[in-house]
Structure formats: structure tokens, C-alpha cells
Design a binder for this molecule. Structure first.
Ligand code: S3P
Length: 444
């Protein structure tokens, strides 16, 4: 266990070399494993959650090699793994793999950490079963999930699934299963979620359409019995990693941070738009496309922020950014209200509860609601506290960002969890001029 202390009073200046996008890294590795032949993926995110996926791919017989940020994958037919696939803390790994295993008709047990075992899986179990996949869970809702083989030659059924909550993980699971269905599979979401899977599948020659509907957003995938072709891809900088620096620059006086090559997928840029609406000084220089995704350079500087309201589809476009957004709200003046965001209770932690307890420990006035929270922004935070990461990488990094501009230092216990998505976070903070101390906890 490690403890990170961030000391206030040091402006952040310079350029950040962002890690590769987490969501796209997952999809690229998985589709490369489903292709026939060698794929090369540059700027791959090497972190706890992507290692969980790579290890699982190895267990189904896919060979890969990671050299720095370059991942080479030898796609080939999958075999039934002899042991359970340990998805660690990664719900993306578990949910996307479930769809891919169903498409491949591979028998496997999908399991993970205690935290992952608490996350809702009924949302993939029910629709996968409706497609005819033999997938079970002891309690009908949680991992471990057991996938059994269907009789050879029996395809999955063509179906339409209506999701209660917009979720790119659930959508992607069903689209991957749809590759091996006997007809079109449609997924309807109340709002459009990130479309990385659709972009990548489309680029690999899969017939896939996406369209607005009266009551949401629909994506239809047509069966693709042929093997996927191998590919070369360079992954954009992670939009959600960039979010920490956008808020860090906005709240820390004297700061100016440049982020080259940030992924600007419309389903991901909710925080950037929210900060601008709060009065943030955020400049975006579009740089075209990279790997089929819009990218740009983003420059963020210190600004006086004011409170705003977030609900509806804006929640989906910044679903991973609420911990650090809540920190920005505490440094703003005025009230920030977040509603229709109950999905945050089902992330790596119950993020509504975790971010409210983080902010109150640091001296903010915050109220928790069943579907969101209200921050009474006072233009700053007291800090001077030691807080728990709660086994949630984004809570840990949000707490560290708060320490940059609080009145007193902030200590994060269990800070090693940051490596699940951003192994170089603390070093990057230091490289920008931040003052930190990293210590082993319990002398260990
Ligand atoms: C992800 C989708 C989001 C997000 C997660 C990654 C993905 O989850 O929270 O970190 O890669 O598809 P949901 O789609 O379940 O909201």
C-alpha cells in the first residue's frame, strides 16, 4: 500500500505525455485477438485493467507481446481456458470478453476482484441469454459468470435490446456477440454512449449502423461470419486521463498545461464542455483523426470557475469524470448540481458516496442525493486531511488534484490503485512542477 501527499502552492506548467486511451486499448486488444493474423497497436495503455484483459487473452490461447507502448497480437481461434479468467478490477474486460466469448462459442468462467464481484452483471446476462448464449451466475447478478458451449453450428439469435441505462460496456458486449448472430442485433440506449467499438468494428469491415431514434440512440450490427482482418492502430491520448490535468490547471493559480493528442470522441468530452461552461480557460486545437477517432491538442489554464448543473445525456458523456469534476465544483463559486447520475453508484466504488465523503473530509459543503450530489462551491478547499482511495483509481487521482490548490496538503491512502488506469500519474504531476511525497504504508 502506498500513500501520496500533494502539497499546495506550486503552479503546474508544461506538456503532458498522456497514456493511450483505456477504452480504445481494451477494444483494440480484444478485436486483434479475434482477428486472424498479426495486429500492431501503438500507444497501448499498459496498466492494471488492460493487463487483466491481456492475461485473459493469453488463457484463451492468443499470443501477444508488449514492448513499451507497442502491443503485437497474434489473432487465432480461441480455446476453452482451463482456469477462470481473472478480470481483476476491470468491468470493461469482463463485459466485453463475455460478448466476445459468446461470439466465439468458447466456454469460460469470468471472475475478478472482490470489487468487480460487487458490480451489476444482470445487464449483460439477460440480453446475452435472450440471444441464446448459455451464461450463468450463481445469484443471477454478479461474477463469477459461467459461459458454456452451445451445440456446434448453433448461431446466436438476432434480437433488439433496450438498455435501461446508457452503457458503452453493455452495448459493446452485445455488439461483439452480434458478430456471430444469425441476423442483425440492435442495441437501443436512452442516450448515445462512447462509440469506440462501432468505429473500430466499422473500420474492420463489419456492417454496423448508428442512428438517432425518437426515444434514444440505436446501433445495429450485422453478422460477420468471416474472421476479422488484422490491423495497425495508433491509440489517441486518454480523454479521461486528460480530465485530471484540465481540472488541475483550472484550479491551481499560475498553471498552464498543454495536452497534445487528446482523444475527442463526442461521447467522452463532457468534462471539457462542463469546465468551459464553468468559465474554464480551455483551448482545443483540432488535429484531425487518429485511429478513426477525432483528436486534438488541448491547453488548459487557471480560471475562476462558477457552479453549473449536469443531468441527462451530459452525464453519459462524462461518466468517468465525476470525482475530479466534483473537485472543480468545490473550487468554483456557487452551486453545482448533478442529477440523473445514479449509475455512478455502480462504478469502481459507489462514486456518489465516495466523492461526497472525499469533499466533506477536505472541508467542502456537499449534499448526497440518491441520483447525484450538490456542491456548494466556496472557491476553495481547506484540505489538511488524509483520505482513503476506496480502491477506486479515479477517487485517488481526484483527491490528489484537490491537494494542488487546497489550503493544506492532502494525503491519499491506497494511492497505488492509480496504476489501474494511470501508472505514471504521480510522476507526471511532479514533472509539471507539483510537489508530492510518495511513501509505502505500514512500512511495507
Ligand atoms: C467504458 C464505459 C464506461 C466507463 C468505463 C469504460 C468502456 O462504463 O465508465 O470506465 O470502455 O466502454 P459504462 O459503459 O458501463 O458506463
Amino acid at each position: 500500500m502506498s500513500r501520496l501527499t500533494v502539497f499546495p502552492g506550486h503552479p503546474l506548467r508544461g506538456e503532458v505525455n498522456l497514456p493511450g486511451d483505456k477504452s480504445i486499448s481494451h477494444r483494440a486488444a480484444l478485436l486483434a485477438a479475434m482477428a486472424e493474423g498479426e495486429s500492431r497497436i501503438e500507444h497501448f495503455l499498459d496498466s492494471g485493467v488492460t493487463r487483466a484483459l491481456l492475461n485473459a487473452l493469453q488463457q484463451v490461447g492468443v499470443a501477444w507481446h508488449l514492448d513499451g507502448e507497442t502491443l503485437t497480437v497474434q489473432g487465432q481461434p480461441w480455446r476453452n481456458p482451463s482456469a477462470a479468467l481473472n478480470c481483476g478490477n476491470s468491468a470493461t474486460t469482463l463485459r466485453l470478453l463475455a460478448g466476445a466469448l459468446a461470439a466465439r462459442n468458447t466456454a469460460a468462467v469470468l471472475d475478478g476482484s472482490a470489487g468487480l464481484r460487487r458490480r451489476p452483471m444482470g445487464r449483460i446476462l439477460q440480453p446475452l441469454r435472450a440471444m441464446g448464449a448459455a451464461i450463468d451466475s450463481a445469484d443471477g447478478e454478479h461474477a463469477p459468470l459461467t459461459l458454456s458451449q452451445r451445440p456446434a453450428g448453433k448461431p446466436l439469435r438476432a434480437t433488439t435490446h433496450r438498455l435501461a441505462v446508457a452503457s458503452a460496456q453493455v452495448k459493446s458486449c452485445l455488439l461483439l456477440a452480434g458478430l456471430a448472430a444469425e441476423g442483425a442485433v440492435t442495441v437501443i440506449e436512452p442516450h448515445r454512449s462512447r462509440d469506440h467499438s462501432e468505429r473500430l468494428l466499422g473500420a474492420l469491415g463489419v456492417e454496423i449502423e448508428s442512428r438517432p431514434l425518437e426515444d434514444g440512440w440505436g446501433v445495429t450490427i450485422h453478422p460477420h461470419p468471416a474472421a476479422l482482418p488484422p490491423f495497425h492502430l495508433t491509440i489517441p491520448g486518454d480523454t479521461s486521463a486528460a480530465a485530471f490535468w484540465l481540472v488541475a490547471a483550472s484550479i491551481t493559480p499560475g498553471s498552464r498545461i498543454t495536452l497534445p493528442g487528446v482523444g475527442l470522441n463526442p461521447g467522452r468530452i463532457g468534462l471539457l464542455e462542463a469546465l468551459r461552461e464553468m468559465g474554464g480557460r480551455i483551448e482545443v486545437i483540432p488535429r484531425g483523426e487518429q485511429g478513426g477517432e477525432p483528436v486534438g491538442d488541448v491547453v488548459a489554464a487557471h480560471a475562476d470557475l462558477r457552479g453549473i448543473e449536469i443531468h441527462g445525456e451530459r452525464v453519459t458523456a462524462m461518466i468517468d469524470e465525476f470525482p475530479v469534476f466534483a473537485v472543480a465544483a468545490a473550487f468554483a463559486t456557487g452551486i453545482t448540481r448533478v442529477r440523473e447520475a445514479d449509475e455512478l453508484r455502480h462504478k469502481e466504488s459507489d462514486r456518489i458516496r465516495a466523492l461526497c465523503s472525499l469533499l466533506s473530509a477536505l472541508g467542502a459543503k456537499v449534499e448526497e442525493q440518491p441520483d447525484g450530489f450538490t456542491v456548494y462551491g466556496q472557491g476553495g478547499l481547506r484540505g489538511g486531511a488524509s483520505v482513503q482511495a476506496e480502491g477506486d483509481h479515479r477517487i485517488a487521482m481526484a483527491a490528489a488534484v484537490a491537494g494542488l490548490a487546497a489550503d493544506q496538503p492532502v494525503t491519499v491512502q491506497g494511492a497505488e490503485i492509480m496504476a489501474e488506469s494511470y501508472p505514471n500519474f504521480a510522476e507526471t504531476l511532479q514533472g509539471l512542477g507539483g510537489k508530492i511525497r510518495m511513501e509505502a504504508e505500514n512500512g511495507g
